[in-house]
Design a binder for this molecule. Sequence first.
Ligand SMILES: [Zn+2]
Length: 86
Amino acid sequence: MMDRDKILVQAKAKLPNVDKSLKQQLDEEIEPVWVCMECALDRGARCPEGHLVTMHTGTCGICKEERNVTEPRDFGITRNKLKVKS
Ligand SMILES: [Zn+2]
């Protein structure tokens, strides 16, 4: 199991049972493997200052276009804005 999955499982376990809508959101929304700068900026996500991003040409998980893409983790705490419906 990847660390990221473990964190997600822990986060879900901490959620109170009454808040089912938030739990459902976590189940339904996934982070794309790759995301383009345009989509990231569009959603208000940005890289932490001084953070170097390695871009390559690939398919963006949000707009599905072939563009310069990078990993959502490059967007630090704002990466939570990059989720898409599974
Ligand atoms: Zn995109």
